[in-house]
Design a protein around this ligand. Structure first.
Ligand code: ATP
Ligand code: ATP
Ligand code: MG
Ligand code: MG
Lengths: 252, 252
């Protein structure tokens, strides 16, 4: 049975989409069957994989089409994508009027779960109904933390929201882990943030740290994961290491 | 009469808060009377100015307190802040049930407008009801654009939203300008993005470019704008130049 993992943090620009694409791609290269679902109306995960089609996730959530029908393969074998278009920004109003408004993603993707080893939900930078739906559908939550001051501020609110979800709609929700991103060795702030995060969340923070690496921000303009753009760069190595650590943790 | 300017872009982490704080601080140093209103539940503009108090903006929008009562001064003379706490994340549900749900910010800040030269609204990374409210209350919109691939993707959606606001709730809304942020001279992507933005929005894009400068990301951890942290660094110079260009443009 596939494991559903929401990648979320309401702070913007912390590396949610970059982690979703490159961790999923690394797992596919390790012969896992992986699916990314783009839950963000910006559609960055979709364009970062070069997949932008109609119908898309909005049509699945509004019941026009089944999830199975809109899945597309990505440039990496073993990695599929259920993409999003800007029309997804209208879904929160529609969800709000549904009887089980937090459960729509969970019920729409139920048929997909047995077909994949891992399903990643890339969330928008907010704690609105789309993210609540993703957290309700997920088995666990992966939280990217940018090594910057503002990125620490929102954590308390995020953990509070996860606790609420556990109490209300998804009692089995666990924390998969915290991943430090955009670490810059020239900047003492990065070391301070790392120390702070490891102090508070020692057992949950991956040892692998993702460095700031311009190649990671160039790859999306070609619609491919880092492994097809520059597989020897530090960005590719760090996401490969993260995938290995992720697999080890999931097994134990 | 004060000019109300919304700083918005639904892409996360592009420099909205950093621009709000440092442009406003630079204008205050040029002897303007400036107010920042933190419209983001993350409260980054509030903590970036070292101002976190109760009651806050949520209490103003729900009618418990008047805006005038919760304004605090910042570390810079001439710059005030109306701060936010995480409770603001609950406002969108409350706004949705109000009769003029898009106009709540506009009506709550009406008494403030004559008291300031400029009022900046720092928006969250979404196009939800808080941002819609800010765009309805604003005379103009300032749009930070990070020099990265994903940051270009969301522009079409943002401009569409601005057009809708003009048609429905705020016919006088104008575009104040586009500001290129986190420009990195070592990265060819930055030059490509600049070229692209100037090609599409020539007359609206500020000549001043904000470089990537680590001092800008360190200042918030001390709760002060860049001018009190390191006034000679490139970050401070670029925001001072932006303020001069901003004043010139507003006058003409
Ligand atoms: N380790 C890294 N090194 C350099 N650039 C990075 C790195 N990770 C991400 N980026 C770039 O930083 C920007 C923000 O990353 P990304 O879009 O993945 O964050 P996000 O959290 O998904 O943003 P949003 O909140 O808008 O969804 C992007 O332009 C991306 O290409
Ligand atoms: N020119 C710059 N150089 C270096 N770092 C910067 C610069 N501008 C902003 N930053 C840092 O980048 C991060 C994102 O900036 P900021 O929080 O201002 O963006 P935002 O658009 O307000 O984010 P959000 O979408 O979460 O509201 C912050 O940690 C900030 O300190
Ligand atoms: Mg993203
Ligand atoms: Mg911000």
């Amino acid at each position: 049975m596939g494991r559903v993992i929401a990648i979320t943090n309401q702070k913007g620009g912390v590396g949610k989409t970059t982690t979703a694409i490159n961790l999923a791609a690394a797992l596919a290269l390790f012969k896992k069957n992986v699916l990314i679902i783009d839950c963000d109306p910006q559609g960055n995960a979709s364009s970062g994989l070069g997949v932008r089609v109609n119908p898309s996730f909005y049509d699945v959530l509004t019941g026009k089409v089944s999830a199975l029908e809109v899945i597309k393969s990505s440039p990496i074998e073993g990695l599929d994508c259920l993409c999003s278009q800007p029309d997804l920004s209208g879904i929160e109003v529609e969800l709000a009027s549904m009887p089980k408004k937090e459960h729509q993603i969970k019920s729409c993707i139920a048929t997909l779960v047995p077909k994949y080893d891992y399903i990643f939900l890339d969330c928008p930078p907010s704690l609105g109904l789309l993210t609540i739906n993703a957290l309700t559908a997920a088995d666990s939550v992966l939280i990217p933390i940018q090594c910057e001051y503002y990125a620490l501020e929102g954590l308390a609110q995020l953990l509070k929201t996860i606790k609420l979800i556990k109490q209300r709609t998804n009692p089995l929700l666990k924390i998969e882990g915290f991943v430090l991103t955009m670490f810059d060795r020239r900047n003492s702030l990065s070391f301070q943030i790392e120390k702070e995060v490891r102090r508070h969340f020692e057992n949950y923070t991956y040892k692998t740290i993702i460095p700031r690496n311009v190649r990671l921000s160039e790859a999306p303009s070609y619609g491919i994961p880092i492994f097809l753009y520059d597989e020897k760069c530090k960005g590719a190595q760090s996401y490969r290491n993260l995938a290995l650590e992720f697999l080890k943790k999931v097994r134990s």
